[in-house]
Design a protein around this ligand. Structure first.
Ligand code: CU
Length: 215
């Protein structure tokens, strides 16, 4: 029974997208009459924690689009509903985009006065490589074509091959799951196994060790 449970949890882990980084929390300080930093950049799933300084000045963290508000009732006449000395407010961001916010007392929507922006980047999902064919490439071949099968190959994808003596002549992204790589293999290229690395413009990357061999 224990073994079965362990097997199931392994399956769950394998099915999850291969994220480059885990969720984190970043801090914005509410100091004086400003948010610091005024613009903070995070990834989808991350949390921003706002920390009020030690002063008693009332503030709020209020989204322009109404999606979050630390202190809905906060106003000049109701400052007890605002964030006070050393108060904190946290909000998790689960969609990519740029989110403006302001303070009910000292700012206004549209970046007026005491305000800030949270920039949320889409999570980086790594590409994967299932297979590279053919398994061997002839020494001195001038127009060999490797077919790379995998997932999440994005437009602008780049390919690198380990070692020296191999020149990439053309790279075609046939689809998100298929690349073709035309290579020339120098007569002096070492007859060794080569690693092939695929890298997306969003930095998601994967290397297949000994993807093919020069023979
Ligand atoms: Cu304020």
């Amino acid at each position: 029974m224990l073994a079965l449970a362990a097997g199931l949890s392994l399956l769950v882990v394998a099915a999850a997208p291969d994220r480059v980084s885990a969720a984190t929390t970043k801090t914005v300080n509410i100091s004086g009459f400003s948010f610091s930093p005024a613009t903070i950049t995070i990834n989808v799933g991350d949390t921003v924690k706002w920390v009020h300084d030690a002063s008693a000045t009332p503030h709020s963290v209020t989204a322009d689009n109404g999606s979050f508000d630390s202190s809905p009732g906060c106003s000049f006449s109701n400052s007890s509903a605002c964030l006070g000395a050393n108060a904190t407010y946290s909000h998790a961001f689960n969609t990519a985009g740029s989110f403006r916010y302001y303070c009910h007392i000292h700012g206004a929507p549209g970046g007026m006065g005491m305000s800030g922006t949270v920039v949320v980047h889409a999570a980086v999902v790594k590409p994967t490589i299932t297979s590279v064919k053919p398994a061997t490439v002839m020494h001195g071949a001038t127009g060999a074509v490797l077919t790379v099968i995998g997932t999440n190959f994005k437009p602008g994808v780049k390919v690198k091959i380990s070692g020296t003596g191999i020149t990439i002549k053309a790279l075609t992204r046939v689809s998100a799951t298929k690349l073709t790589v035309k290579i020339a293999v120098a007569g002096t290229a070492a007859k060794t196994a080569r690693n092939l690395t695929v890298t997306n413009t969003d930095t998601g990357t994967v290397t297949k060790m000994a993807a093919f061999k020069v023979v």
